[in-house]
Design a protein around this ligand. Sequence first.
Ligand SMILES: [Fe+2]
Length: 131
Amino acid sequence: MLTWSEQFATGSGLVDTQHRMLIDKINELEKLLSGSSPAKSVYDGLLDFLGLYVTTHFKFEEQCMERAHCPAHEKNKQAHAAFLDVFGKFKERYQKEGANPELLKNLQTVASDWIKNHILTVDIQLKSCVK
Ligand SMILES: [Fe+2]
């Protein structure tokens, strides 16, 4: 389970709120996987939400970095594109294989590790650029 803490702070309240939401959703996936196997529609809903939210959040955060002339802007954009690529490949497999617990666990682990590392190495660089 991932927990948001002050070390994740980016200097933007809105970006932090969005990160908290993403962390909540990834944790929700972890909870679903450790509980009594829910209907596939529950996973469908969660994954659709996650896909849409990630896309919207990435765009918003990229605009913040660009506006603040943050030196991490390009690196951030590239990292986002790489994550969307991984997520897209996962979605393709999900469409073929359905709610395969191994596949979903893999997504949860990858997404959880990725967001933690990404916030701590890239997103927090926004802090020194915003006033
Ligand atoms: Fe980012």
